[in-house]
Design a protein around this ligand. Structure first.
Ligand SMILES: Nc1nc2c(c(=O)[nH]1)N[C@H]1C(S)=C(S)[C@@H](COP(=O)(O)O)O[C@H]1N2
Ligand SMILES: [Mo]
Length: 406
């Protein structure tokens, strides 16, 4: 968001709330002048985020959580990571918002107003795990360019909307439909008027799932602007880049969608393992689909001190893309032996699952607690960094925390 655009859109009352005090001589404010106190907007205030969130980039805004901030079962807005590829759209008027459905595989294009979508189709609510494909990128070696996400580019909020399937059925799609691609209202960082920052999508089978929704609410309220207000495509379990924010057009394609960030090294990984640093031919790169099995210890916070001989309760979440997590274990001896955690079933498909365990630390000293999830196909998280890829996607190595028994 350009600073000037941001302050220009504020009313006097809005300015006062950001400044934390009314502007006493506001009637003397020169036209177009931006009070100094607003020239560097505080991202935590701007996006209603907790002060412990970590800003990785401000052009565009990218902000991540820390593991211990993600302890809630349902992620509240203040702890939800932000990933933007372009500039956040300005002056959104939800009352005038429309969604156009077009593409080679629709016989008749159709445009819905947001109000029509809400009134015509049944509403559904799901908790959906959204993890950025690049979460964990900071560990790659050779390093990968892009936001250096550590572990906090994941969330599981409760999303409410209408099923994409119901909308597509209403429009009528042809039998050659292969993929859907989203288009959105954010703008390219270069300011180029027709260049899209991102336009991704999913195969038609994923688009037709019960849990694939066009959402207008997050955690029971209008979606916050930065997370896609007033309409967002939500495809849980896939790289979160498939979940288009500020969606105003969906194309039903007769081929794999070819929008911005669908090709090259964007959200694609080598189809077969390669040596770190290798050059890979374009035809040997595959689009990331379901995210791999992963988990996060959200309590205690890494660095915690505890009393020797006292039991320590650990807890966290585990998720496995399209699959369920079937087993959760922890280790206190650097992965030599593993012990079971109690693992809950997901509230609904594609929601993360909660785990806990009581850990005993035998004597005084430094320990690490490592967590390992296994999916319903029997695949477990690797203990070290998995397959290298040019953009540093899909790091699902075991999460570790350090604790001291004193
Ligand atoms: N229109 C639009 N949708 C988008 C993006 C974007 O830049 N523009 N970023 C994508 C990426 S890469 C991710 S990881 C998620 C981040 O969602 P969040 O900011 O709500 O956490 O949104 C996805 N949807
Ligand atoms: Mo992402």
């Amino acid at each position: 968001m350009k600073r000037r655009d941001f302050s220009k859109n504020l009313t006097l009352a809005g300015m006062a709330s950001f400044l934390g005090a009314p502007i006493v001589f506001s009637n003397k404010l020169p036209v177009g002048y931006i009070p100094l106190g607003l020239q560097d907007p505080d991202p935590f205030k701007l996006f209603d985020k907790d002060k412990e969130m970590v800003v990785l980039n401000d052009k565009p805004w990218n902000i991540e959580a820390k593991a211990h901030l993600l302890n809630d079962k349902v992620t509240p807005n203040k702890y939800m990571f932000i990933r933007n590829n372009g500039k956040i759209p300005q002056d959104i008027d939800a009352a005038k918002w429309t969604l156009k459905i077009d593409g080679e595989a629709v016989s008749n294009k159709k445009t819905y107003t947001l109000a029509e979508l809400k009134s015509k189709f049944k509403h559904h609510t799901y908790q959906l795990t959204l993890e950025c494909g690049g979460n964990g990128r900071s560990e790659f070696d050779p390093p990968a360019k892009g936001n250096q996400w550590t572990v906090g580019a994941v969330s599981c909020a409760e999303w409410t909307g209408v099923r994409l399937r119901d909308v597509l059925k209403d429009v009528g799609i042809t039998s050659d439909a292969v993929y859907i691609g989203y288009h959105a209202a954010d703008t390219h960082l270069s300011g180029h008027p027709t260049k899209e920052p991102i336009s991704r999508g999913v195969p038609i089978q994923k688009a037709m799932q019960d849990e694939t929704i066009l959402a207008f609410q997050m955690n029971g309220e209008d979606i916050p602007l930065v997370h896609g207000h007033p309409l967002r495509l939500v495809c849980g379990g896939w790289p979160a880049s498939a979940s288009g924010k500020w969606v105003n057009r969906l194309s039903v394609r007769d081929r794999v969608h070819d929008g911005a960030k669908m090709g090259g090294t964007s959200y694609r990984v080598p189809c077969h393992p390669v040596a770190p640093g290798s050059k890979i031919d374009d035809e040997d790169m595959c689009i990331i689909e379901s995210m791999p099995v992963k988990s996060l210890i959200t309590y205690p916070k890494s660095g915690a001190l505890l009393k020797t001989g006292k039991q320590l309760q650990i807890n966290g979440h585990a998720w496995a893309g399209e699959l369920e997590v079937s087993k959760m274990e922890y280790s206190i001896d650097f992965g030599s032996t593993w012990h079971p955690c109690t693992l809950q079933k997901p509230v609904n498909r594609l929601a993360w699952q909660h785990f806990k365990a009581l850990v005993e630390l035998p004597k005084k000293g430094y320990y690490e607690i490592w967590a390992k999830a296994t999916d319903s196909n029997g695949k477990s998280q690797p203990m070290v960094l998995p397959g290298w890829n040019p953009k540093g996607y899909l790091n699902n190595a075991c999460h570790r925390i350090a604790v001291k028994a004193v």
